[in-house]
Design a binder for this molecule. Structure first.
Ligand code: HEC
Length: 118
């Protein structure tokens, strides 16, 4: 999840600078990370459903929305889709009895050693 958090932040800053190839890459990595969670951590003690089912149910639609916005190079659409994705992260945290862990839009870029401008 720490890697997921990193991808989530980088995705945001790539989208904000309209660096669409980087945003597409970060979204792909985020999706792969979620697949790894499903494969390697299929159950969680407090989750309401098996982890792969939760990911499928909660994340599929928001991830596709972000993908569409990136494909369309649509900055406003990206922002909306990103917020929906973030809300989905939190929905899964609530569904795994981890609702006190709330993720948000990043407010500052912690990755000063990477160029986000295209
Ligand atoms: C399968 C449901 C699920 C989804 C989807 C999910 N998470 Fe999580 N997340 C968890 C669970 C469960 C934990 C607690 C892991 C543990 O028990 O160690 C967690 C932990 C975390 C943590 C805390 C890590 C730490 O050590 O501080 C962060 C940050 C986080 N998730 C971010 C995200 C982000 C960002 C997304 C969306 C891009 C996301 N998560 C999507 C279930 C999910």
């Amino acid at each position: 999840m720490t890697l997921t958090q990193m991808r989530h932040a980088k995705l945001w800053f790539a989208g904000q600078t309209a660096n669409w190839p980087l945003a597409a890459y970060e979204l792909d990595e985020l999706r792969e990370g979620l697949q790894d969670v499903a494969t390697f951590h299929p159950t969680h003690k407090d989750a309401t459903l098996p982890i792969p089912a939760l990911i499928e149910k909660i994340m599929t639609d928001p991830v596709q929305r972000v993908e569409k916005a990136i494909g369309a190079r649509d900055g406003n659409g990206f922002t909306q889709a990103f917020d929906a994705l973030t809300e989905a992260c939190n929905a899964c945290h609530r569904a795994s009895n981890f609702g006190f862990n709330v993720v948000t839009r990043p407010s500052a870029n912690p990755y000063s050693n990477q160029a986000f401008q295209p």
